[in-house]
Design a protein around this ligand. Structure first.
Ligand SMILES: *Cc1c(COP(=O)(O)O)cnc(C)c1O
Length: 368
């Protein structure tokens, strides 16, 4: 059996509705900031429970423009987790600011108890990353931010429709960044991103920043960027949005299956599942003894497992100038050695999931 990690060919097998929606955009020649962009923005804001949503070119730009809109600049420091995708700190560095890391907890999320220890004179913002689609401890993080007068930008790139205490991610911070990359739960046919905020001022700023700072055709209010969500991608996003609930529910069901069936393998550690939140499982990650050998075995048996992410951000070659070293974030570093991502997408069958579990069980049975 082969159990794939990717599902895109299956997802867009019968996609006549999307082709038709794109045809309409093409026939109108409405490629930049067209009506589908506004329609998507309205629906996305409603989904997150925010006043505004602003479509941009990518999740990375959603982070970068949010930092810019909040005035983050050269010399500032921004606190985040060391176990995210590289784009989280890429966006900070693109602003001229410096990422400052705080270790994570057993849910692979920034440890709110350790944030205050990292706040200094230059700290301006916190970027909590809802990694795997699991909401960070936003009540604690926003109250620390208030106390120290810091901005909060949620990196919700993996977490569309996740919620905490009945409130959706994207509605906790001053702004939140989402990705519409093909591998994300709400995905388009190329790059795309969206920012949510309930602040009119931040929204106004973002609308300028994503479109050269142009207040209208001829007036440049400030120097901005070209980072618009294309109308074609907005049309795709609107179509996928209709199925998002189904996608989310299926991913949750896959995770529940694994949680239940992996629970009695002592070499596997499942992270704690808090009852006050709904995770959306963009990734399903557990910790595994003999992880590298297990990964090799799974690949050999046809199970396309992966690691998100094997090298923490503070240990990347590009991060050397930040001055961190091995041992600085022991929880994150230990997890990087043990984590493994199992296929958990919405098209996975129960047979395939059983095969994954059996293959893992066999691996350990032969090595005890
Ligand atoms: C995907 C991702 C991003 C970047 O989004 P892009 O749309 O690929 O630019 C940023 N942060 C996290 C945590 C992500 O998973």
């Amino acid at each position: 059996m082969r159990v794939e990690f990717s599902y895109l060919a299956k997802q867009f097998e019968g996609c006549e509705d999307i082709i038709e929606a794109i045809r309409k955009v093409v026939q109108r020649g409405d490629f930049t900031l067209g009506k589908e962009v506004r329609e998507f923005e309205e629906k996305f804001a409603a989904l997150c429970g925010t006043k505004f949503a602003i479509g941009v070119n990518s999740g990375t730009d959603a982070l970068f423009l949010s930092l810019k809109a909040l005035g983050i600049k050269e010399g500032d420091e921004v606190i985040t987790a060391p176990n995210s995708f590289i784009a989280t700190i890429g966006a900070i560095i693109a602003c001229g600011a410096k990422p400052v890391f705080v270790d994570v907890n057993d849910e692979y999320l920034i440890d709110a108890n350790k944030i205050e220890g990292a706040i200094g004179k230059k700290t301006r913002a916190i970027i909590p990353v809802h990694l795997t689609g699991n909401p960070c401890d936003m009540p604690a993080i926003t109250s620390i931010a208030q106390k120290h007068n810091l901005s909060v930008i949620e990196d919700a790139c993996q977490a569309v429709s996740a919620f905490l205490n009945g409130r959706f991610v994207g509605s906790f911070g001053d702004a939140a960044a989402f990705s519409l990359h093909p591998l994300k739960n709400l995905n388009v046919w190329g790059d795309g991103g969206v920012i949510t905020t309930s602040s009119e001022e931040i929204c106004k700023n973002l609308l300028l920043l994503r479109n050269h700072g142009l207040a209208d055709r001829n007036i440049c209010q400030l120097f901005g960027y070209n980072s618009r969500l294309s109308t074609v991608q907005a049309a795709v996003a609107l179509a996928v949005l209709k199925n998002l609930d189904g996608i989310t529910q299926k991913r949750i069901a896959r995770a529940i299956f694994y949680d239940k069936n992996l629970a009695n393998i002592p070499e596997i550690t499942i992270p704690p599942r808090a009852v006050n939140k709904s995770q959306v499982f963009h990734l399903y990650i557990v910790m595994a003894q003999k992880r590298d050998e297990l990964l090799e075995w799974l690949l050999k048996q046809g199970v396309d497992a992966k690691i998100h992410y094997p090298i923490p951000l503070h240990l990347q070659p590009a991060s050397r100038y930040l001055g961190y070293k091995k041992g600085d974030f022991p929880v994150c570093e230990k997890q990087a050695e043990l984590i493994i991502s199992l296929p958990a997408h919405q098209y996975l069958t129960e047979d395939e999931q059983e095969y994954v579990v059996d293959t893992i069980r066999k691996f350990y049975q032969n090595r005890r």
